[in-house]
Design a protein. Structure first.
Length: 199
């Protein structure tokens, strides 16, 4: 599946939100990218707000438009709150789950870990970042993956903050239940995304 390979700071500045957990490394977050950046963000219409929210969530999870729209259609077809179903589908992506289990420092790093075949789901190697996990699935790293210096540092950390829908013991994680809106720490408005697509 295709992915964005351009400058990440530009995307974070456009959304005025740290999309890739860069923290202090991210510069000029309050200034939009481009030649007209210093003039600021200006007044945003309802459509503009909905578009920005959709773009923010899409970029945060590293998904392009075609795939994101597929997630939306699947969420509409399923029972329950459409916005919550959409966020649940995005959260249960394998690359995001690896990031949430703190096996990788960022989502792009988690995606690379999956693509390089260092992640096992139920004991089998899976190299598809968009792989949908189900309740009861176990996620672990192979021996080579655990020897990567940055991953080794994360695995040695005593204090970890893992969402309640996941459980982790050493280098093995498990999906305990489906994620709900309260499990997502980032400030996202699923309602704006649903309204954008249902126009």
């Amino acid at each position: 599946m295709a992915r964005y390979t351009g400058p990440k700071d530009r995307q974070s500045r456009r959304e005025a939100f740290d999309l890739f957990n860069k923290g202090a490394k991210l510069t000029r977050l309050a200034v939009p990218p481009g030649v007209h950046g210093p003039k600021g963000f200006g007044k945003v219409s309802q459509y503009g707000r909905q578009l920005r929210e959709k773009q923010k969530v899409k970029r945060m999870y590293g998904v392009l438009e075609k795939q994101f729209k597929k997630y939306y259609k699947e969420a509409v077809r399923s029972k329950g709150n459409t916005g919550e179903r959409l966020l649940s589908l995005l959260e249960r992506r394998l690359d995001n789950t690896v990031y949430r289990l703190e096996f990788a420092p960022t989502r792009p790093a988690a995606r690379q870990l999956v693509s390089h075949r260092h992640v096992l789901v139920n004991g089998k190697k899976v190299n598809i970042p968009s792989y949908q996990l189900a309740v009861g699935d176990t996620i672990s790293l192979d021996k080579i993956g655990m020897e990567i210096p940055s991953i080794k540092t994360l695995l040695d950390l005593k204090e970890i903050s893992i969402p309640t829908w996941l459980k982790r013991k050493a280098a093995v994680g498990k999906v305990e239940r489906e994620p709900v809106r309260d499990d997502i720490t980032e400030a996202v408005s699923a309602q704006d995304i649903i309204e954008f697509y249902s126009r």
